[in-house]
Design a protein around this ligand. Structure first.
Ligand code: ZN
Length: 142
């Protein structure tokens, strides 16, 4: 499942965007939607990887058995989305370059799996080194 999110992240990098990808899978493992951070591409600060995948999945009757896969630990905004809609499972590619709210989600019943994937770490490490201002803008620390 991480491969889909990583593919989205790499597409984002190729577009000159922030290389964070995500995908939402159904309880049966079916891919419901995939997306990537589109802050640069769309000029939209609210288009994170997770929200992009969520929107591309369309309306679902229930999110309880779904799994959100993201290349990077989710921010407050995306963690709020996961809680709001009761997404039951979260798979995080890495949390070395940014540690978001997956601990908070776990405390609230979300099944969290942290992969610590080296490809995700490399992708973000290279991006942050090359684009510190853009990265700080995205995490709201500029
Ligand atoms: Zn986010």
């Amino acid at each position: 499942m991480l491969a889909v999110a990583l593919d989205e992240a790499r597409s984002g990098r190729a577009e000159g965007g922030i290389p964070i990808g995500a995908a939402l899978f159904g309880a049966d493992g079916q891919l419901l939607g995939r997306g990537r951070n589109r802050r640069v591409q769309d000029g939209d600060a609210s288009m994170h990887g997770e929200t992009s995948a969520f929107r591309n999945a369309g309306r679902q009757a229930s999110y309880r058995g779904t799994t959100m896969v993201t290349t990077l630990s989710p921010c407050w905004y995306c963690s709020g989305l996961i809680r709001q809609f009761g997404i039951g499972n979260l798979i995080v590619g890495e949390s070395r370059t940014f540690t978001g709210q997956h601990d908070w989600l776990a405390q609230h019943g979300v099944q969290v799996t942290l992969l610590d994937d080296p490809d995700c770490v490399t992708l973000m490490t290279e991006f942050i080194a090359a684009n510190p201002a853009l990265w700080n803008e995205d995490i709201g620390e500029d």
